[in-house]
Write a protein that binds this ligand. Structure first.
Ligand code: DX5
Ligand code: ZN
Length: 221
């Protein structure tokens, strides 16, 4: 699988969004990372379904939904999922996560993914590895941009790479989300991550976004 960049829209200046979307499209960014937050599962609020639906009318870039809500089954219908979209739902957010994953798949996406927080052990995925198309490995406690990576998350990424090989799922999407700086992107690329959430640590950190995207692309070649 080619390495992909997923631009974190929570980091974009809403007053510059039209120009930002054009820049992301011109530079071939693969996904728009949409953090959906309810203020309960994470202590922050995200953008709503009207904003998301309006966004889809103004860009051809597929969406990468990161669902951080207490009851994910209750909001899936609001998203109008398309087959090319990515959807990651937190293992920690559903008492019946396998049913939730199936519900999401029924809504039309080809890319059903499980997100896990830094403190969640990888072993919880053993029973799910054949129901998912990807893993979104959180490198921070989710909900806010601009955070520092939680210690040992690089080691955990190495464990994920071993886990993927152990279950012979080298086809899987391996997304990393949170403080993916240029340096971290290089390290995680070498470990085997293939989808990189780009936020204030990389493409939204410089005045020249064109340059920052090109720099990030060289880090994940
Ligand atoms: C974390 C968010 C991400 C990301 C933002 O909850 O899901 O969108 O961290 O990027 P950074 O961490 O680089 O500001
Ligand atoms: Zn995210």
């Amino acid at each position: 699988m080619n390495n992909r960049i997923s631009a974190s829209l929570m980091c974009a200046d809403p007053f510059e969004l039209k120009n930002t979307l054009k820049c992301l499209e011109d530079n071939g960014v693969d996904y728009l990372h949409i953090d959906i937050m309810d203020g309960k599962f994470v202590p922050n609020l995200g953008i709503g379904s009207d904003y998301i639906n309006a966004l889809k009318k103004h860009t051809s870039i597929p969406l990468d939904y990161h669902i951080m809500v207490k009851d994910p089954d209750s909001i899936i219908d609001l998203l109008d999922l398309r087959h090319q979209d990515l959807v990651s739902v937190h293992y920690e957010s559903s008492f019946q996560i396998q049913r939730t994953l199936e519900n999401i798949r029924r809504k039309g996406t080809d890319n059903v993914m499980i997100a896990i927080n830094p403190a969640t052990p990888l072993c919880v995925l053993e029973e799910l590895i054949y129901y998912i198309d990807g893993i979104n490995l959180l490198m921070v406690n989710p909900g806010f941009a601009g955070q520092k990576m939680v210690d040992n998350c690089i080691k955990k990424a190495e464990k994920v790479a071993r886990f993927i090989r152990k279950f012979k799922r080298e086809d899987i999407i391996f997304e990393v989300d949170g403080n993916i700086s240029f340096e971290h992107a290089k390290i995680l690329n070498n470990i085997g991550a293939n989808t990189f959430v780009a936020g204030t640590s990389s493409i939204f950190c410089k005045s020249d976004m064109d340059k920052a995207i090109k720099e990030l692309k060289t880090c994940i070649k």
